[in-house]
Design a protein around this ligand. Structure first.
Ligand SMILES: Cc1cc2nc3c(=O)[nH]c(=O)nc-3n(C[C@H](O)[C@H](O)[C@H](O)COP(=O)(O)O)c2cc1C
Ligand code: SF4
Ligand code: SF4
Length: 461
């Protein structure tokens, strides 16, 4: 059985799953229960400057049948007294020496305020400290949170105040509300951070109530931007995570990264590991389903690692990073076409409509006699009882005209019904970078581009 234990900048935990700094880590009672359920670690709800919270502070985005595909919040850091938090942190750490207990902190941007909070956190016996440079609402208006995380020089300055005095590992939590997380990450590392974590929440507005015209959620007649998290943000989190994983400066420092943003299942967890995360933090999924999801996370990840022959988490971390590339290095001669499996097809025509209206008009509807028909040439009431399904025409891709855009594959409701199949293009591999180096005129002049297409046999549909 795979060994799930990790060592994150000297912080050990029996599995890579940590609760993120958020409502599930607001009190000792909660963290005790989470550790009983099997969580490997917890990052305590951010403590620091005095705050007051408001009601109606969590909005949510529901889509289709899925509740809380994303959560949006205007919650601030912990509103419980600092002394109460510190006492509870000490108590939890004493009871759970084998679990990772990290304390998230955010105070005013003054050296004495940061030094003071670091000392007080260290006195609790906590394993590490996470600097919250990510909160995009409330705290940022006061010059904290993402107001720091968005400015690399501030990240460097504040991190150095902390690393100068800290005797426990310092993790810097980055905001995704930037064009690139690399400059703030480099700045934090230059100041001696021992680890990075990301992503904090994304600035967002959930919506407007069409009856009252109020913002959702409505806070006494007002609303505003809040932090977005949950399954919907996972692709953004993976992008930011991998941008750190491929950055030479970040790699050279060799510090571990704690990944989060939308992790709900063991599959999500495995993807974050493959793109460079050493530990995994979870917030929204626990707010939705409770601490018990840890059982599925651990069992699923462990079974997948066994099936793949990975013995330790370190074997998985960053395994897919060498595949990260960008448009400049994609093979322009790579060709794939859509192929529909008629045995799986339920003839819903979604692929036909998508290709016809939004792609390259290369799916035909073929009737039982092998004739291509228009959608209006057969009885439109042929759903269900009027006509047997087998009488409806079958969508068939004209592969020679298909550009392989993958839209039909994405809209098809039947898993595995439309496959994208690699086919020979008959052209030598070439990337945009190579084309720019070898035939610059082709990339700058449309007439030269047309000549090049004719020369190599690229036909545009
Ligand atoms: C209601 C709520 C409160 C949060 N409070 C904090 C906080 O106090 N400190 C912090 O660093 N992050 C906070 N976060 C951000 C989470 O720690 C995490 O970075 C983010 O939610 C992404 O993870 P997820 O998609 O698993 O929720 C909060 C998130 C939510 C939804
Ligand atoms: S891959 Fe694109 S072009 Fe090809 S059949 Fe599907 S939608 Fe049409
Ligand atoms: S979308 Fe899928 S199931 Fe529907 S008609 Fe096309 S191939 Fe068949």
């Amino acid at each position: 059985m795979a060994d799930l234990s990790i060592n994150f900048a000297g912080i050990r935990s029996p599995n890579p799953f940590w609760l993120a700094s958020a409502p599930p880590t607001n009190s000792a009672a909660q963290v005790h229960r989470a550790f009983e359920a099997g969580w490997g670690g917890a990052v305590w709800k951010t403590i620091g400057a005095p705050v007051l919270n408001v009601s109606n502070r969590y909005g949510a985005w529901h889509y289709g049948g899925q509740r809380m595909l994303a959560i949006n919040n205007v919650e601030l850091i912990s509103d419980r007294p600092l002394e109460v938090n510190l006492k509870e942190i000490r108590d939890v750490k004493r009871h759970w020496p084998d679990r990772a207990l990290i304390v998230s902190a955010m105070v005013e941007s003054k050296p004495e305020a940061w030094r003071d909070i670091v000392m007080r956190i260290e006195d609790t016996g906590a394993d590490g400290i996470e600097l919250n440079y990510g909160c995009p609402h409330g705290m940022s208006e006061r010059g904290m949170g993402s107001a720091v995380g968005q400015v690399p020089s501030y990240c460097q300055m504040i991190t150095s105040w902390v690393t100068e005095v800290a005797r426990i590992p310092v993790i810097v939590k980055l905001t995704p509300n930037v064009a690139s997380v690399v400059p703030p990450a480099r700045a934090a590392l230059a100041a001696g951070a021992h680890g990075l974590s990301l992503i904090n929440t994304i600035n967002s507005i959930i919506g407007v109530d069409l009856d009252t015209l109020e913002l959702v959620p409505n806070i006494g007649g007002k609303g505003g931007h809040g932090g977005y998290a949950g399954p919907a943000v996972k692709p953004i989190a993976l992008h930011h995570l991998s941008s750190l994983g491929v950055d030479e400066e970040v790699r050279r420092r060799g510090v571990p990264i704690s990944g989060m943003g939308g992790i709900t299942t063991w599959r999500d967890a495995a993807e974050f590991l493959l793109l460079g995360a050493t530990s995994l933090q979870v917030c929204t999924a626990v707010m939705h389903y409770g601490f018990r999801i840890i059982e599925d996370l651990v069992d699923g990840l462990s079974a997948w690692m066994d099936a793949k022959g990975f013995k330790t988490i370190a074997d998985v971390v960053g395994r897919s990073l060498p595949r990260i590339s960008d448009f400049n290095d994609f093979d322009l001669s790579f060709r794939a076409v859509a192929r529909i499996n008629p045995d799986k097809c339920i003839k819903c025509n979604l692929c036909y409509v998508a290709c016809h209206d939004s792609a390259h008009q290369c799916i035909d509807l073929v009737d039982a006699q092998g004739q291509v028909v228009t959608p209006y040439r057969y009885d439109p009431r042929s759903n269900g009882k009027y006509q047997a399904l087998s009488d409806r025409p079958q969508p068939v891709v004209r592969e020679e005209d298909c550009v392989g855009c993958r839209l039909c594959h994405n809209v098809c409701p039947v898993e595995g019904c439309i496959e994208m199949v690699e086919v020979p293009s008959g052209r030598a591999p070439v990337t945009w970078r190579e084309l720019t180096e070898q035939r610059r005129e082709v990339t700058e002049d449309w007439a030269a581009m047309e000549r090049y297409r004719r020369e190599v046999g690229i036909e545009i549909h």
